[in-house]
Write a protein that binds this ligand. Structure first.
Ligand code: ATP
Length: 250
């Protein structure tokens, strides 16, 4: 896979990962024995019809939710053995999140929002690193602004800056371009792509949009909680065709 640096341990690994919500007659198997490795320095899109388990996959892989059985690893760390305090620390220090809704703190400036994870992790901000991230996300001249003074695309850039600031092992995106117009979405996808190509980040992104998925190195398709197939070097057309095959737009 393109850019798969640091050979060895995968950035994200699921082994026979299952998640069942509820019990008895009302139980729903949202993830069904998914086994998958995502290499470091790669960009993976997760697709599938509504209800196929994409959000559950993301939440379990990122330690936001626990598995019913099987295991999930971030690098060499097995999440299944961790308590909530350990998981919180791991999420703060080794994982970045970018959501559809930007989740910025309106009372704080761009720079303060971006530095929040360092404050939570009680790490010292480094001026050179702060400048580099602001430059990389194209917000060097907006550091003192509040989110309400920014466009949607700029707000998502702040969220990406915030996701990058702890130099995480993996950035998980849940429909990060879902609330943006097409042109702005492309800029954000190009930024995520550059995080992979230029700094060797690992990005895992849930999306419904074949165009967004085409920025990834690999697309994994879920259906009924199972890993149904994968596609390397995806194009929007091929992804759309595969989704039609899965009945996503029936
Ligand atoms: N907290 C929950 N309690 C019960 N069932 C749930 C819960 N969360 C998800 N599910 C069920 O698990 C299955 C997978 O849901 P999930 O949200 O992971 O799918 P998805 O592919 O992300 O869907 P969408 O594209 O519509 O967001 C669905 O059948 C859903 O109804």
């Amino acid at each position: 896979m393109a850019g798969a640096g640091k050979a060895g341990v995968a950035a994200v690994r699921l082994r026979a990962a299952s998640k069942v919500y509820g019990r008895g007659a009302s139980a729903v198997t949202a993830l069904d024995a998914v086994t998958l490795e995502i290499p470091r320095g790669s960009f993976t899109a997760v697709m599938g019809p509504s209800g196929s388990g994409k959000s559950t996959f993301l939440h379990c892989a990122a330690g936001l939710d626990g598995l019913t059985s099987g295991s999930a690893f971030i690098g060499g760390t097995d999440l299944s053995g961790m308590n909530e305090t350990q998981l919180t620390k791991l999420r703060r220090e080794r994982i970045g999140f970018v959501f559809q809704s930007f989740n910025l703190v309106q009372a704080l400036t761009v720079e303060q929002n971006m530095m929040l994870p360092l404050r939570w992790a009680k790490q010292k901000p480094d001026a050179a690193w702060r400048e580099e991230i602001l430059r990389r996300v194209g917000l060097a001249d907006r550091a003192g602004r509040r989110p309400s003074e920014l466009s949607g695309g700029q707000q998502q850039r702040v969220a990406i800056a915030r996701a990058l600031v702890t130099r995480p092992d993996v950035i998980f995106g849940d429909e990060p371009t879902g609330a943006l117009d097409t042109v702005t979405a492309k800029e954000i996808l190009a930024l995520l792509r550059s995080c992979v190509d230029e700094t060797g980040q690992t990005v895992v992104m849930v999306t419904h949009d074949p165009g967004a998925a085409s920025y990834a190195d690999t697309v994994v398709f879920l259906a009924d909680g199972r890993l149904s197939s994968r596609m390397d070097n995806p194009t929007a057309d091929r992804v759309a065709e595969r989704m039609t095959h899965l009945g996503a737009w029936a």
